[in-house]
Design a protein around this ligand. Structure first.
Ligand SMILES: NC(=O)c1ccc[n+]([C@@H]2O[C@H](COP(=O)([O-])OP(=O)(O)OC[C@H]3O[C@@H](n4cnc5c(N)ncnc54)[C@H](OP(=O)(O)O)[C@@H]3O)[C@@H](O)[C@H]2O)c1
Length: 333
């Protein structure tokens, strides 16, 4: 019997504006029977990432183009329902680019088989794209030394929270910038950040100057705009600035002028480096094993914000841009 595959397709491009519910159409199709080398999957969890908005706009060029009418692209976790490939059998758990749909049919070689253990859902967070971003952005570009002061914007999100904890493991002093007292308390009380600044109620420049009078050695930026500019004024000699994201720009009508304080890179002989996690794909297995060990040892804590129901996927993506999520944003299908 053919399965009813409920899904969300793209209805509009959200360029130079905030995402809207109406950018997606709720529809259904018959699930496609798997061909040779393919598997029919049932989606269990979806991962939500700010870059999905950029992919709908086709900015960046590092992801294949998306078009109006396409099923919305998304990473997720799924269970094999039917398999036409010897590497997978019904019941196996996999991760892959399943999209916003209940029953995707995919090539077996495009999904990754996962251990069905207590860390299964972490494969979309600390053991998935955001954890890999934190690990490689910090180790390859941030290059933290014990005793360094590390400042992280967007610190209470999926990437920032893991990056901060890895910097702590590396022996650094870590200051997180996040929106609201609940997020700041989570950073200092549960994740071991040395300090947190609530950018919604405090002046970031002033607060960080008081917390790090000798300057910032590693600046990890997820936000861009005013926060990046204020913090560039406070980098120390030979600082490493890692540009991971710029979420304050993603829904802006017009791009802001470049950061006025960029010239401090010259005075401080500092580097500012753009990060793209896909550059390190070949090394993901090593980083996954390492982060899994840190989670098991209790040295890295994670938190997922789990919404429910595929029908709520558009609203769940919007949560990232309103700051409603703490930790990794997921949806249980
Ligand atoms: N370069 C790469 O390879 C790579 C890979 C993964 C992710 N990223 C980037 O890393 C960043 C974090 O991604 P994530 O998946 O971990 O998301 P996330 O941090 O879990 O969620 C996004 C967070 O951004 C903050 N935010 C939203 N709008 C903002 C604004 N206008 N100004 C300041 N903060 C705002 C919100 O936190 P507050 O409540 O604290 O504002 C929100 O919770 C994004 O910029 C993303 O594009 C880059």
């Amino acid at each position: 019997m053919a399965l009813n595959n409920r899904q969300w397709v793209i209805a509009a491009r959200p360029t130079n504006r905030m995402l809207l519910d109406g950018d997606f159409t709720w529809t259904q199709a018959e699930a496609r029977a798997p061909g040779d080398g393919e598997v029919l999957l049932r989606t269990l969890y979806l991962s939500f990432d700010p870059s999905q908005k950029g992919q709908m706009e086709n900015v960046g060029g590092y992801a294949a183009p998306l078009h109006v009418g396409d099923v919305m692209r998304s990473g997720g976790l799924a269970e094999v329902v039917e398999s036409n490939d010897p590497s997978l059998k019904p019941g196996d758990k996999v991760s892959g680019s399943v999209g916003w749909q209940e029953y995707p049919t995919m090539r077996a070689r495009d999904v990754q088989k996962l251990a069905d253990d207590e860390l299964l859902v972490e494969n979309l967070g600390a053991l998935g794209g955001t954890g890999m971003t934190a690990y490689f952005g910090l180790s390859k570009l941030g290059k933290p030394f014990p005793g360094d002061t590390v400042v992280i914007t967007g610190a209470a999100g999926a990437t920032g929270s893991v990056a901060g904890q890895i910097a702590r493991i590396a022996g650094c002093r870590v200051i997180g910038i996040a929106g609201g007292p609940e997020k700041c308390a989570w950073l200092t009380e549960e994740l071991g950040f040395d300090a947190a600044v609530d950018y919604k109620s405090e002046n970031v420049g002033k607060a960080v100057r008081a917390l790090a009078p000798k300057g910032i050695d590693v600046l990890w930026d997820n936000v861009g705009g005013e926060q990046l500019n204020d913090l560039l004024a406070q980098i120390s000699l030979y600082a490493r600035v890692v540009i991971c994201g710029g979420i304050s720009r993603y829904a802006a009508e017009e791009m802001p002028a470049g950061p006025q304080n960029y010239f401090n890179l010259v005075f401080k002989r500092a580097t500012m480096h753009g990060l793209l996690v896909l550059d390190y794909l070949a090394e993901f297995p090593m980083a996954r094993a390492r982060i899994a060990e840190w989670i098991r040892e209790g040295r890295i804590s994670t938190r997922a914000d789990i919404q429910e129901g595929l029908e709520n996927a558009p609203k769940t993506l919007i949560r990232l841009f309103t700051g409603a999520n703490i930790g990794k944003q997921l949806l249980k299908v």
